[in-house]
Design a protein around this ligand. Structure first.
Ligand code: BEZ
Length: 220
């Protein structure tokens, strides 16, 4: 397993678009590596179609996308035609899919869902998401079971939070959206407000009298 803050290990893999070396594939970009249980399954078809529709939004955020399942490159290429047809997508499919048919990466990175097996009794991959920063360190991981499709608009929201909080000493509160206020992180001292947040800081009054809820406009 890779923990938050660890360098996500480099690896070589086959994809439907040819072999890759993961770190070289990422270059200086952010990255999202996400797995799905199997090609030619319904929820996965809706998920990969949605990610393909959102590809320009990942590109705007400088995030390279790559998917993974335990199927072969030929299977991925056949299934992509179904995804494009079902989700009304045209042109080149915007991201490669790793063919982890020996399940080496799935095992190494803890991506298996023991509750889901295929017709041959083989345990399938879960719906894992790993977001990796330009420093190659793991910034976020999510594991969903095979039976629950993910919300990739939420994943874009999370990327906005990760990218903002990587630059400024702020944290994003519940249900945060890019236009709403952010919280000053606890390690910032009040005497630093003027320099770090010239836009101003509001400190909420709470019964404890402790001024720990400190809101500001998102720095630009
Ligand atoms: C699906 O993608 O629909 C799916 C795959 C494996 C188990 C359950 C659902």
């Amino acid at each position: 397993m890779v923990n938050l803050g660890d360098v996500f290990p480099d690896f070589e893999a086959e994809t439907n678009k040819g072999p890759i070396k993961f770190h070289q594939f990422l270059g200086d970009s952010w990255g999202i590596l996400f797995s799905h249980p199997a090609d030619y399954t319904p929820v996965c078809t809706t998920e990969l179609g949605r990610v393909a529709q959102l590809a320009p939004k990942f590109a705007e955020r400088n995030v390279k996308m790559i998917a993974l399942s335990i199927d072969s490159p030929e299977s991925h290429n056949g299934w992509i035609k179904d995804i494009q047809s079902y989700c009304s997508l045209k042109g080149d499919f915007p991201f490669p899919i790793i063919a982890d048919d020996k399940r080496e990466l799935a095992v190494k990175f803890g991506m298996l869902d023991p509750d889901e097996v295929n017709a041959q009794g083989i345990v399938l991959t879960c719906r894992a998401v790993f977001i990796i920063g330009p420093d190659k360190k793991l910034k976020l991981s999510l594991l969903y079971p095979a039976t629950t499709g993910r919300n990739f608009d939420e994943i874009l929201r999370v990327i906005d939070s990760l990218q903002l909080t990587a630059k400024y000493k702020v944290a994003t509160p519940v249900d945060w959206q890019s236009w709403s206020k952010v919280m000053v992180v606890p390690s910032v001292k009040p005497e630093e407000f003027k320099t770090l947040f010239p836009q101003g800081v509001e400190v909420a009054k709470v019964p404890s009298g402790k001024g720990y809820i400190r809101k500001t406009d998102a720095p630009k």
